[in-house]
Design a protein around this ligand. Structure first.
Ligand SMILES: Cc1cc2nc3c(=O)[nH]c(=O)nc-3n(C[C@H](O)[C@H](O)[C@H](O)COP(=O)(O)OP(=O)(O)OC[C@H]3O[C@@H](n4cnc5c(N)ncnc54)[C@H](O)[C@@H]3O)c2cc1C
Length: 448
């Protein structure tokens, strides 16, 4: 890699080793680039999630050379089981050329570490317990040319060996206990809050949908269920006598004696601001058969929650040396709240573009390639996310939510179409009539 007058510590710095960061770093390293992946926590670590993976995410795992067999610790699922409108439906994942026909479940404690270690195997230098504290700018151009970090303390007996090896480069812009790393490109993969993006003025767009979801675990005889289960009727009061909320509850068997049980709501309903998520979870679970075990005595760990940033809620996805991937760029699918597949896909796309850009000399030619990333994202997801925003707005109206659950579920053809649309699972070429309708809808709907 050609160096300029700046003495770089890596070709690319990736901030955050969740699914977006680990995937980006992995694909970058595979092209031969020197990648520094900085993660504030240490693996294994907890991440609040439903732990469910659709075939889109499975495809990304396969691309990273990860063994997704049951022997390697994964629990496979055949599709989605839906409860709603007094019905129970099983909808298999569609049979497509583009995506595998199975989903997976794996606890994030494990999942994120599997991805990060795979990135390390590809040559990525992962520094755990290394919190990025801010961007470093080129004084002349204002471009981001690195980050300041607060590494693990040298005397901390728990400090990872990678963190202990971290060498200060040039401490001129860092506070006394911080060090600086420089690279021609920095990638923000630091999740929903993305402090790094905020530090350069990229704030959350308020006109985009946002979800909030909570989850906990229960020991349950249903722990080895090989369907992902979702419950469409969440009521803001007495079931059947109050309003239906826009969102759903889920039960995902983990295969380890426990089930991940949670619910998510969208900010398009009037009740969103004041929702008591724990009470909602309790009320929803109280309607389930006791033998399933979703009661206090069987609960493992607390109820924890986090936000779901949807439909590109932080933009632009590239500006002046900083590129955004995954939740940092608000890439959760508004239709179903899935974020892992999009974090990984945006990581792969970003890596592809960055590798091409860094093969060119610094300057306008390289910038042109980097600036193609936001466009490529919009080409791929823009129309679909716009439709998702309309969908989210519509189901914010309790009457529409009611109509959809009552009158949609009894129609098998409509439901097969719905699973393809909601999980974004179609064949881009040579698919069936449903695929062609969905692809055409996404194509004609403007990206924003
Ligand atoms: C309750 C709940 C349930 C969900 N269920 C599902 C599901 O079943 N399936 C699905 O696909 N999606 C689900 N999601 C969404 C999914 O969790 C996210 O979309 C996904 O984690 C995004 O990955 P990411 O890598 O972009 O961000 P994150 O997973 O948030 O990773 C960001 C990483 O950056 C690190 N970091 C942050 N700041 C710094 C810093 N300053 N310095 C260094 N490192 C830093 C963090 O420690 C973290 O490791 C759920 C979300 C919630 C809240």
């Amino acid at each position: 890699m050609s160096r300029t007058s700046i003495d770089y510590d890596a070709d690319v710095i990736v901030v955050g080793a969740g699914p977006a960061g680990a995937t980006t770093a992995y694909h970058l390293a595979r092209t031969g680039l020197d990648v520094l992946l900085l993660e504030k926590t240490a693996f294994p670590r907890e991440k609040v999630c439903g732990d469910g993976l659709t075939p889109r995410a499975v495809k990304q795992l396969v691309k990273m050379g990860i063994d997704t067999s049951t022997e390697a610790g994964w629990l496979r699922n055949h599709g989605l089981r839906i409860y709603g409108g007094g019905m129970r439906l099983e909808l298999p994942w569609p049979d497509l050329a583009e995506f595998p026909s199975y989903g997976l479940v794996r606890k994030r404690t494990d999942f994120d570490e599997v991805l990060a270690r795979q990135a390390e195997k590809a040559g990525v230098r992962l520094h755990e317990r290394t919190a990025v504290t801010g961007p470093v700018h080129d004084e002349r151009t204002g471009r981001i040319i690195g980050v300041t970090v607060k590494p693990a303390k040298a005397h901390d007996p728990k400090a990872g060996k990678a963190a202990a090896k971290a060498q200060p480069d040039d401490a001129a812009e860092a506070r006394p206990d911080e060090i600086t790393y420089r690279a021609p490109l920095v990638i923000a993969a630091d999740g929903n809050s993305s402090r790094l993006s905020v530090a350069v003025g990229l704030r959350r767009r308020e006109d985009r949908p946002m979800g909030v979801a909570v989850r906990t675990y229960f020991t349950s005889p249903r722990h080895d269920d090989d369907w992902l289960e979702s419950w469409l009727e969440l009521w803001d009061g007495k079931p059947g006598q109050s309003n239906l909320l826009p969102g759903y509850g889920w039960v995902f068997g983990m295969g380890d004696g426990t089930s991940n049980v949670g619910l998510g709501l969208l900010n398009t309903s009037t009740g969103f601001q004041n929702a008591d998520y724990r009470a909602l979870l309790k009320a929803w679970l109280s309607g389930m058969p006791e033998e399933w075990g979703f009661v206090d005595d069987h609960q493992v760990g607390p109820v924890r929650g986090a936000a779901l940033p949807m439909g590109f809620n932080r933009q632009p996805h590239y500006a002046r040396g900083l590129m955004l991937v995954g939740d940092a760029g608000g890439m959760v699918n508004p239709f179903n709240g899935e974020g892992i597949a999009y974090a990984m896909e945006s990581g792969e796309l970003a890596a592809d573009i960055v590798a091409q850009a860094l093969a060119r000399p610094a300057g306008s030619s390289r910038e042109r390639v980097l600036a193609s990333y936001p466009r490529a994202l919009k080409d791929r997801y823009g129309g679909y996310y716009t439709l998702g925003r309309l969908f989210v707005k519509a189901i914010g109206n309790p009457q529409i939510m009611k109509l959809a659950t009552r009158h949609g579920l009894p129609h098998p053809v409509l439901m097969r179409f719905t699973i393809k649309l909601l999980a974004n699972l179609t064949d881009p070429r040579g698919g069936d009539a449903m695929d062609r309708v969905i692809n055409a809808m996404c194509k004609v709907t403007p990206a924003a």
